[in-house]
Ligand binder design. Structure first.
Ligand code: C2O
Ligand code: CU
Length: 509
């Protein structure tokens, strides 16, 4: 029952697992905020954009003076950003030069199943023996082999095709290999993919230099400058799973934004559009922006995971769980030139309280605006539209003789059918959690209907693809299963929970 699982969860502390870096860390707000480079297509012919990405090892200076080996997309962390237009298809050819198999998933993409990055649809490195050597030993610890030959579709390189017939939004691509997603993302396999359209462009929102993607992620570093991760054994090809003390999720003591530690950005005294992604494996944030004289600036939310809200929502405190995105306007025009605005995480302590800072550098004219109506195309599903209500518990439990994380009492099994939904059906899902679980559905966006039987919170507005279940909470969401038929997933986006079983199949027929 819930109390047994809560007791188990208490023994696997959520915050106790924070790793301590063994290198000197830089002071906050010294390193300039990097902006990920935008990837150039190799071709734009035939009504589609084609890109090529090589996944390879690269050594990157994340901490000043410290060289850190990473797994990267195109040598960079974050990987290069892909900029797309709504409805214009994109094909990305991924080649794998890493020492391990990988899988690419476009998070938030409305993608046909064959390009969605199912966790056993591997891209193998050159020279990898064969599919039979691909075992999944992460979740169950040593000895656990989950091998489904029917599901394993392996290739040396893979074309992922994204129709992007969807609302403009900040999406992100990241690794999704079964049982090994958490260490792969931790080591650097994450990048942004932005979808835009003419309607959004015409709103007059801050744009160009005044639109900043902010990928927030925590990490920890060993004395050698490697990224610390409790289970990564660089000498072994079959990487063992996370150790039990890290069952709750791996936390680092360094906060990175766009791959830089506690960076600073020289800003105009004007409005900025901040496109915030929490790409952390397990860390939750409650962000606030505080001026030198102690004022908290408004964070005016204009968009959620799946694009623009109907109307802006003003926050002083913005909770953001792993994989969630918030599209936020911040206005520095009332901030004294030469002073700073610190972005802090109210849930952090010590050094993990700071995230980044803006130094307001100059007065400017600003003709951006925040329209009162942002979009008019949000789905308006009502409870009475639902043909089905399903219940799912997200709880700790026993799996393969150890501890794991279960949905409806079961750990992930690619060979099992969990949910079968009819194409076009509207469904209500009731999700209940023991501890914090950010729950993500592939393919579809959803709306939050209720929390603890009450109306959703202000930050639940809009169309989402990831919802943060807080400890003990039950949350109802409503969605419509459309777009494509095929096998998809839903899972917890605490990446360690995901690797340790908290994932299930969603088949749309
Ligand atoms: Cu961000 Cu199934 O993933
Ligand atoms: Cu979880």
């Amino acid at each position: 029952g819930l109390s047994a699982s809560a007791a188990l969860a208490r023994r696997t502390p959520f915050t106790g697992a924070e790793l301590r870096s063994a290198v000197p860390l830089p002071p906050a707000f010294q390193v300039p905020l990097p902006l990920p480079s935008v990837l150039a297509p190799v071709s734009r012919s035939g009504g589609a954009d084609r890109y090529e990405i090589t996944q390879r090892e690269a050594t990157v200076e994340i901490l000043p003076g410290v060289r850190t080996p990473l797994w990267t997309y195109e040598g960079a962390f974050p990987g290069p950003t892909i900029e797309s237009r709504r409805g214009r298809p994109v094909t990305v050819t991924h080649r794998n030069d890493l020492p391990v198999p990988t899988v690419v998933h476009l998070h938030g993409g409305r993608t046909p199943a064959e390009s969605d990055g199912y966790p056993t649809d591997l891209v193998l490195p050159e020279g990898w023996p064969d599919a039979a050597h691909v075992t999944h030993t992460g979740a169950g610890g040593p000895g656990h082999v989950m091998h489904d030959p029917r599901a394993v579709l392996t290739k040396l390189s893979r074309d992922y095709t994204f129709p992007l017939d969807q609302r403009p939004a900040l999406l992100w691509y990241h690794d999704h290999r079964m049982d090994f997603t958490a260490p792969a993302i931790w080591r650097g396999l994450a990048g942004l993919h932005i979808v835009r359209d003419d309607a959004e462009d015409s709103l007059g929102l801050p744009a160009g230099r005044r639109e900043l993607p902010l990928m927030i992620a925590d990490r920890a570093f060993t004395a050698d400058g490697d990224l610390d991760y409790p289970a990564l054994d660089p000498t072994s090809r079959e990487r063992p799973g996370v150790r039990e003390p890290y069952l709750a999720g791996v936390l680092g003591d360094v906060i990175l934004v766009n791959g830089a530690p506690w960076p600073v950005y020289e800003a105009d005294a004007a409005r900025y559009r901040l496109r915030i992604l929490n790409a952390s494996n397990a860390r939750h944030y409650e962000l606030e922006a505080i001026t030198d004289d102690g004022r908290r600036l408004d964070l005016v939310q204009i968009g959620a995971d799946q694009g623009l809200l109907a109307a802006p929502v003003t926050h002083r405190l913005l909770p953001i769980a792993p994989a969630e995105r918030y599209d936020v306007i911040i206005d520095f025009s009332g901030v004294r030139v030469g002073s700073r605005v610190r972005v802090v995480n109210r849930l952090g302590s010590g050094r993990t309280r700071d995230v980044m800072a803006f130094r307001v550098a100059r007065e400017v004219t600003d003709d951006s605006r925040i329209p009162r109506v942002l979009s008019t195309d949000l789905p308006t599903w009502r409870r009475s539209d639902a043909v089905r209500v399903r219940d799912f518990s997200f709880r700790a439990g026993r799996m393969h003789g150890g501890h794991g994380w279960l949905i409806g009492g079961l750990p992930f099994d690619p060979a099992r059918s969990d949910v079968t939904a009819g194409f076009g059906d509207v469904e209500v899902w009731r999700l209940i959690a023991d501890v914090h679980h950010p729950v993500h559905l592939h393919l579809v966006g959803f709306r939050v209907l209720s929390r603890r039987g009450r109306p959703p919170l202000p930050h639940d507005a809009g169309l989402k693809d990831t919802v943060s279940l807080r400890p003990g909470e039950s949350v109802e969401i409503i969605t419509r299963f459309d777009g494509y038929r095929g096998r998809y997933l839903f899972h917890c986006h605490n990446a360690e929970h995901e690797d340790m079983g908290m994932m299930a199949n969603l088949e749309i027929i």
